[in-house]
Design a protein around this ligand. Structure first.
Ligand code: KIV
Ligand code: ZN
Length: 513
């Protein structure tokens, strides 16, 4: 069976999603998880866009051994040289270069004629091919370009050394039948197409990115570009988990396979959501919290009798943890460690000891500790002990009087500081008290609370976004007390802001000149 190359661009196109910036360590952590997931190519960034992104791509290339690491470049020598410099030490480095190919973009953005664009594409692919044979070329906005122009461009770049030619539906304009037909026509009209892998890169503006990618696979495409949770520019990209699970679930229709370890899908989705701060919508296919929940009595009855009655995918196949009762306050350290291992966490002794203490505290407050609770608790531990300021104590009084908060923080140098403030509500008072100690100007732009599981004693997860000098930072916190969760989320966002302050990025993004 033919293998479909899964090209993950969460760290490049995914990072272009409005409202997120990832630092070097965050990108590296996601890259390691993508390697575990089994993706074939990791597009780690756009190295020329900023010194920070260059460093991130370089670091990822030096550590990832089981996937090709790719850097994006515009069709000019400086971008290509910088991309190569960032990826060259990787296991199987790739340069991905692109240039606009639709009339509207060539005329109004590039101000170049089709002949000039074709010449640049050819000469810049040849430039990249001097470094490596692993060169990918993308005619941007291909789905709105003249098909004949795309055919001649592909033929020219393949002759110049491109080994992957990627067809982007940059603005998510294509319809599945039309896009599949376009891919078929490429196989018919480009004489040397057998010398390259045909790839597709679909955006989701009309909600069709996955459908278009699958239509392309049917038509013979050998690589799909996608992102975890479908994040990306505007409405996002084709969602990796949906493409992979559609291919795997409908083997009767798609005579192809992927090398993805599907049981890592859920963890990867959670990690990306956690780090980017983009919550996954409850009804999102494969990884949404409701994706395997059955509400109607008839469905529940069917699933109890035989899961296949209403489930087309076994939740375990994508690594979804069960929400049934697993542990309680009498559970011992050994059982806890085993449960963690079953969930895919292998903690060192120190982290395990801390996690176990946190688990015991939770089990005292909450009788039924589920896998989802454990997952939330571990994510919170990682944030809390990730460096920076640490929340020691928080206390609020509110109700009919004036909301007041008292805070105690441990500073990065170990000093303990306390302060108090009044606010319009308890969360406002907590944030003001923290501000009196930390004093970093910022603006709160988003605040959301959700519960991890059902029940009055459920853990509450708070997600916030703060903005400073035009850059947005996310923070999360989890606790059975939502005021404490809010304080933790704010500390988490402030710690990220302060860590980034010295690494301010120039934001030359894909498509900007
Ligand atoms: O959407 C797009 O066209 C892109 C290219 C850089 C491949 O992201
Ligand atoms: Zn894109």
């Amino acid at each position: 069976m033919k293998n479909i190359i899964i090209f993950d661009t969460t760290l490049r196109d995914g990072e272009q999603a409005a409202g997120t910036t990832l630092n070097r360590e965050e990108k590296l952590e996601i890259a390691h998880q993508l390697e575990k997931l089994g993706v074939d190519v990791i597009e780690a960034g756009f190295p020329v866009s900023s010194p920070g992104d260059f460093e991130a791509v370089k670091l990822i290339s030096s550590q990832i051994k089981n996937a090709s690491v790719c850097g994006l470049a515009r069709a000019n020598e400086k971008d290509i040289d910088r991309a190569w410099e960032a990826v060259k030490d990787g296991a199987n480095p790739r340069i991905h270069l692109f240039i606009s190919a639709s009339h509207v973009q060539m005329a109004h953005q590039l101000h170049k004629s089709p002949e000039e664009v074709l010449g640049l594409a050819r000469s810049m692919v040849a430039h990249a091919a001097r470094y490596t044979s692993n060169v990918e070329f993308s005619p941007m906005d291909a789905s709105r370009a003249e098909p004949e122009f795309i055919f001649s461009m592909l033929e020219a770049v393949i002759n110049a050394g491109a080994t992957t030619v990627n067809i982007p539906d940059t603005v998510g304009y294509a319809m599945p039948e039309e896009f599949g037909g376009f891919i078929s026509s490429i196989f018919e009209h480009v004489a040397n197409i057998h010398k390259a892998v045909v790839s597709v890169h679909c955006h989701n503006d009309l909600g069709l990115a996955v459908a278009n990618s699958l239509a392309a696979v049917k038509a013979g495409a050998g690589q799909v570009e996608c992102t975890v949770n479908g994040i990306g520019e505007r409405a996002g990209n084709a969602s990796l988990e949906e493409v992979v699970m559609a291919i795997s679930t409908r083997q009767d229709l798609y005579d192809v396979h992927t090398s993805i370890h599907t049981e890592q899908i859920y963890r990867t989705s959670r990690l990306v959501s956690e780090i980017t701060g983009f919550q996954v919508q409850p009804n999102k296919a494969i990884v949404g919290i409701n994706a395997f929940r059955h509400q109607s009595g008839i469905h529940q009855d069917g699933v109890i009798k035989m899961p296949k009655t209403y489930e087309i995918i076994d939740p375990q196949k994508v690594g979804v943890p069960s929400s049934s009762l697993v542990m309680g306050k009498l559970s011992g350290r050994h059982a806890f460690k085993e449960r963690l291992a079953e969930l895919g966490y292998n903690l060192g002794e120190e982290d395990l000891a801390r996690a176990f203490t946190a688990f015991k505290e939770l089990a005292d407050k909450k009788k039924q500790v589920t896998d989802r609770d454990i997952e939330s608790l571990l994510a919170d531990e990682k944030r809390v002990y990730g460096g920076g300021y640490h929340l020691e104590k928080v206390q609020v009084t509110c109700g009919a009087g004036i909301p007041t908060a008292a805070i105690v923080l441990k500073c990065p140098d170990g000093e303990i500081k306390g302060d108090a403030a009044l606010g319009s509500g308890p969360v406002d008072a907590v944030y003001k008290a923290i501000n009196r100690i930390v004093s970093v100007p910022n603006r709160l732009t988003e605040f959301t609370v959700k519960s991890v599981t059902e029940g009055i004693d459920a853990i509450g997860e708070v997600l916030i976004r703060i903005e400073s000098e035009g850059v947005s930072y996310t923070g999360r916190g989890a606790d059975t007390d939502i005021i404490t969760a809010s304080a933790k989320a704010y500390m988490n966002a402030l710690n990220r802001l302060m860590a980034e302050a010295n690494l301010a990025k120039e934001t030359v993004r894909c498509g900007q000149r």
